[in-house]
Ligand binder design. Structure first.
Ligand code: NCD
Length: 361
């Protein structure tokens, strides 16, 4: 049974098919209004959320299904120390599909390995956020008419911004895309995300200057500085106002550049920009619901036809060593056996958070 923990769990072809279904749902919603009758989605949100949780729930309701779940770890048995594994096993008795968000990297993968129903990663710490990427891909496809040959500027917190990591995984699969990474030095991409470019043989530029990059871009993907991921609040305070997209700055942008943001925004996009036809962030919200509807249909159909094949995440996995990332799920759930995989370049990486592990580990 298939889960979506990483955007790469879906092939390019599957994503194109899902986009076709999403557009069809938008045009003929009635056709899909009973698709998931009698099915339940559990939303397990250990971290704050507005769009991701509500759009998953709206998606399931509009498909005729129902929803149950919690929002906030304090309202679940996690507050009593229950593990993700036990939570996933329990919820599998009550629902047909799970959407989970957690602050630890790799938590959704652990849930998928212990659940007997499909699991959707709705954000695991600063690591990945594949369903936001589905929303982003449909937005790019609808606005630009293609997913190829685009110059994409990603601006803000590239270190902790999980939506950026998943977007890079997705957009490097389409031909001819160029990437400009715009961030303060302290918030550059983590090694594993940068590695995706290198592995794909894609050149990318790194700068801290938004104004200089803007004229080249087809897509400007703004992000919030992720306050909750900083170990050092003083550092956050010194970086929180790094970027602010204003109407003035947009003057030098191409007339058909699009401005994207996964939201919530704090101060990195002036509200005055909302009136510019190039602002697409609220369109992303709608597209997010449509793609989640498409994803739920796909995962439940797959579950119904009892697709038994269990695909190992990142190929073959090995046991041993320990992950040094303090934000990895393996640091908390001690009973998890440490696992790693070897990537195409022979680098040993934690199976749960993709962080490079030391050779001897
Ligand atoms: C993002 C997230 O949670 O990673 N929000 C979202 O899901 N749309 C971005 C953010 O919180 O900054």
């Amino acid at each position: 049974m298939k889960s979506v923990i990483d955007i790469l769990d879906l092939s390019v072809e599957e994503i194109y098919n899902m986009m076709d279904v999403a557009i069809d749902i938008d045009t003929f919603p009635q056709k899909y209004s009973k698709c998931c009758e009698g099915r339940k989605m559990a939303t397990l949100f250990f971290e704050p959320s507005t769009r991701t949780r509500l759009s998953h729930e709206a998606a399931m309701l509009e498909l005729g299904g129902s929803v149950l779940g919690f929002s906030g770890a304090q309202n679940s048995s996690a507050a009593k120390g229950e593990s993700i594994a036990d939570t996933a096993k329990t919820v599998s008795c009550y629902a047909d599909i799970i959407a989970i968000r957690h602050s630890l990297e790799g938590a959704a993968l652990v849930a998928s390995e212990n659940a007997s129903i499909p699991v959707i990663n709705a954000g695991d710490g600063g690591h990945n956020h594949p369903t936001q990427t589905l929303a982003d891909l449909l937005t790019i496809y609808r606005e630009k008419g293609k997913l190829t040959g685009l110059t994409i500027g990603m601006c803000g917190d590239l270190k902790y911004g999980r939506t950026v990591h998943s977007l890079i995984n997705a957009m490097t699969r389409y031909e001819g895309n160029r990437f400009i990474c715009i961030s303060p030095e302290e918030l550059v991409l983590p090694e594993y995300a940068e590695h995706v470019f290198k592995e794909a043989g894609i050149e990318f530029e790194v700068t801290n200057n938004l104004e200089e990059a803007i004229p080249e871009l087809d897509i400007l993907y703004m992000t919030r500085i992720q306050r909750e991921r900083f170990d050092n609040q003083e550092l956050y305070d010194s970086l929180k106002d790094s970027y602010s997209l204003t109407v003035d700055k947009l003057e030098s942008a191409k007339p058909d550049m699009i401005v994207m943001h996964p939201l919530p925004r704090v101060n990195e996009i002036s509200v005055k920009v909302d009136d510019d036809p190039r602002a697409c962030y609220f369109k992303q919200c709608l597209n997010g619901k449509l793609m989640r509807m498409s994803l739920i249909i796909k995962l439940l159909e797959d579950a119904i036809i009892k697709e038994k094949e269990v695909v190992a995440h990142h190929g073959e996995n090995y046991f041993g060593g320990s992950c040094k990332n303090s934000k990895c799920i393996t640091q908390i759930e001690q009973e998890l056996e440490s696992q790693f995989y070897i990537d195409d370049n022979g680098i040993k990486r934690c199976r749960y958070c993709d962080t490079e592990m030391t050779r001897e580990a």
